[in-house]
Design a protein around this ligand. Sequence first.
Ligand code: HXC
Length: 510
Amino acid sequence: MINALKEVESRRRKILEMGGQEKIEKLRKSGKLTARERVECLLDENSFVELQPFVESRNKDFGLDGLPADGVITGYGTVDGRPVCVYAQDFTVLGGSLGEMHGLKIARLLDFALDAGIPVIGLCDSGGARIHEGVDSLKSYGEIFRRNVEASGRIPQINVIMGPCAGGAVYSPALGDFVIMTKNRSCHMFVTGPKVIKAVTGEDVSYSELGGWEVHAARSGNCHLVADNDVKALQLVRKLLSYLPLNSGEYPPVVNTGDDPMRKTPEIYEIVPEDQRKPYDVRMLIKAVVDNGEFFEIQPQFAPNATVGFARIDGKSVGIVANNPWFYAGCLDVDASDKIARFIRFCDAFNIPLITLVDVPGFLPGVEQEYRGVIRHGAKIIYAYSEASVPLITVVVRKAYGGAYIAMGSKHLGADIVYAFPTAEIAVMGPEGAAEIIFRREIESSKNPEEMREKMVEEYRRRFANPTRAAARGYVDDVIDPQYTRIRIASALRVLERKQKRRKHGNIPL
Ligand code: HXC
């Protein structure tokens, strides 16, 4: 037994050396942690249990032999005492490339996590399909993708891009729930790299310009959060997990935040300007309402005219969805629609109540938006709210016009409680546009058209552009004093605690 054990331990030591000292040094010089250090950094101290370290490639072509752990470390451990599964691709082993067995280790871990009902965190650092192994590596990608979809909406799947993420490597993160990138210059995501692009289209582009964090955080929307370095990215994962349940059958943990749910929020008087055209940053409003002003924003750089993220109210996790008048007057466009719809569907899958703050002049008008399919994308918000069965609490802050009024968590799509501030304007369109259309004849035939226009705008505003009509019909449950916003939301969350989930769904990338 002792000798056999010695033999096993000597093999294990070899595996723990990863791709060798030289490659590890190179990695460190580029400002990255090793795959094993990343796992240690993510998990609670000494909690990691490795699975299948001895797995190796069956393919021996082109001198492939004895790659430590076949280039990926898999196992489980705890974060803040709660179990999670984790895998970390090891760039020191053939560039973290995904061979057949490397891929099957990840696929088996996904099966394990799904059976155990716990989140999976992927620490990605890979040159893509291991070219030496041909179609065997493609097969393993397919096995992973199928399991990503099976796990979608059932266990949280979070991926951190910590180095290259090339070719087939991009799709598993894209099928998961959240992608975090580091600002390290060797960290990029793309399907086809600069060399192929140059050959096919003639375009010259660097790795960073093509798939660095700036691109994916602000333009493509593939990335949800960005961190300065490996350690900070792993801290973000821990924080994100703190808002989530372990699986779709559970509720998120309730935390004693020490912030009184009966706290008044008179600062909202100052935050929200009375003048409908004056912008403000809705994040100030969110911070005023949530526990200790802590708002964990998701995709802050992408479609900033919509704001989404996690927070706590009365210690309970909530998802916040808001229009942000600070950018493009808070209009809904193609990207904002996708961002909002996907966030709603994530929260709905994982039992996180949704608080919607509405201040929206409508869908962004323009030929470009129509051509890009704003109809199809906007429909995703309507679909997501209508499908959602978690508690839905909506506050109409100022403007709520037309289709955007309906789409933004209205009573008509199933909101449980809708409140409006006295400044709310709920109407088919803004008073200026409305008066121009329905009083066109009166304005044109008037001796003083300008004066008449102003009069008619005021008349329309008095009649329709306020919360009174919506409240009279019961589309708004009450018109509230903004200083009681937090108290009303906390109370709504309590009364809706037992709301039954109607059906389950995945979290398809939108
Ligand atoms: C096998 C690979 C590899 C790969 C890198 N390596 N990518 N080995 N298969 N896909 C190896 C290198 O040969 C090298 O081995 C080591 O990893 C480190 O790579 P370097 O090039 O020295 O590192 P660096 O300069 O940092 O560049 C990293 C890189 C580059 C940007 C990832 O290696 C690269 O462009 N690789 C190819 C990326 C790619 O086109 N992948 C797509 C594959 S097709 P040594 O022995 O020298 O250390 C695909 C389609 C699947 O994924 C579709 C499924 C749906």
